[in-house]
Ligand binder design. Structure first.
Ligand code: ADP
Ligand code: MG
Length: 358
């Protein structure tokens, strides 16, 4: 430094460099703060697929192409895993019990993961729930309360241990005639991750995808702030968010009894079935939100935790690495896992965070 300052020319250069650096950094800060979102290329679109409303936003060059590719991928996944599309892998498996059916890689991956969660939850999460789901018909015009005999008979067709996978041939077999695979609790999570992968392949660093209760955000919002994802009010017939959570690069997946249900004689019958009772899962829990990196796991976990209930459900969340969650009970209390306590904001004062139990 001493040597530098001795030389006048060097001093002038030094001042020049300092000025350039100051101008450069101040410009950058201004850019971040005053970014004009309306000038960024962006695509904001909705569609209906996988039995739910899909919303997607992407910012940056290629935003339109990314949304096109993502929606095409969602249709592809639906065609492979739908229970009702006659050419789907799941339809073929269900129609051909006791035979190995060759399936797409996607379907194989999802069935394999679903069976892992079935193992983990001792069969409370069970992808062979299909025949019970059909019996209840919740969310369809045929929804009804089945007779006790029907439930007892149909329950016997649900058992995740009666599925065989052939890893080399990528084929799947169900062992019992009448049993049916249903990937409704996990396929949307897989699809959300596939969309995220498409987005990341395009170098888009800000995007949002929502498949019903499955939300994934990529990067920050374009202005650099966190995405504020709303958590749907879990009370029946209540629209809108009752809390929000600030996140980046995360998935937020919610399961609740309000998604699909019907009422009869004052009872609520919803679409998450407890395979052990054969009836819609009953506990104090009315909503579960999982926050983690991969939607595939989050989707399976949100349904699992809903069935497990508050104590066992929170235990599962806390014991799974990288996973946080919110469980809401009938008294409108929110129970937060340990890593999420400072990230949740209540928007409706009828709800309250319960700090006592966990
Ligand atoms: P949503 O599909 O509304 O986002 P979930 O992810 O919680 O909600 O999945 C519910 C769906 O999962 C049901 O509609 C049904 O297809 C299926 N399902 C119901 N009960 C179970 C269960 N015990 N295990 C696995 N899947 C289930
Ligand atoms: Mg789910």
């Amino acid at each position: 430094m001493k040597y530098l300052l001795k030389n006048k020319k060097n001093i002038i250069w030094l001042i020049f460099f300092v000025i350039i650096i100051v101008i450069f950094t101040s410009c950058q800060q201004q850019n971040d703060e005053n970014i004009d979102l309306s000038k960024l290329p962006q695509e904001n679109r909705t569609t209906f697929a996988m039995n739910t409303l899909i919303k997607m936003k992407a910012y940056g060059e290629n935003a339109e192409e990314v949304v096109d590719k993502s929606f095409a991928r969602l249709n592809e996944i639906e065609d492979e895993m739908s229970k009702t599309v006659k050419s789907s892998d799941i339809y073929k498996i269900n129609q051909n019990p006791q035979q190995f059916i060759k399936v797409d890689n996607d379907t194989f991956t999802v069935i394999k993961k679903a069976l892992e969660y079935a193992e983990l939850t001792d069969g409370k999460f069970d992808p062979t729930i299909g025949s019970l789901v059909d019996l209840w018909g919740i969310g369809t015009e045929k929804a009804r309360v089945p007779s006790e005999e029907e439930i007892i008979k149909t329950k016997k067709l649900v058992n995740y241990q009666w599925v065989r996978l052939d890893k080399n041939e990528k084929s799947v077999k169900i062992l019992k005639p009448g049993m049916k695979l249903d990937l409704g609790a996990i396929a949307k999570g897989y699809a959300a991750d596939e969309v995220r992968n498409i987005i990341q392949g395009y170098n888009i660093d800000s995007a949002y995808i929502s498949l019903g209760g499955n939300v994934s955000v990529v990067g920050n919002k374009p202005d650099g702030s966190n995405w504020n994802v709303g958590i749907q009010d879990p009370r029946l017939n209540k629209a809108g968010a009752m809390a929000s959570i600030g996140v980046k690069n995360k998935t937020i997946v919610t399961s609740g009894n309000y998604e699909r249900y019907f009422k009869e004689n004052g009872n609520i019958y919803h679409h998450i079935i407890n395979p052990i009772s054969g009836y819609p899962a009953r506990s104090d829990v009315i909503g579960v939100t999982i926050v983690t990196l991969d939607s595939f796991d989050a989707d399976a976990l949100s349904t699992s935790v809903f069935i497990l209930g508050l104590t066992e459900g929170m235990e599962l969340i806390e014991n799974t690495e990288g996973v946080e969650g919110i469980i809401i009970n009938k008294d409108l209390e929110l129970f937060l896992s340990s890593g999420i306590k400072d990230k949740v904001q209540i928007l409706d004062s009828e709800f309250e965070i319960n700090k006592s139990k966990f």
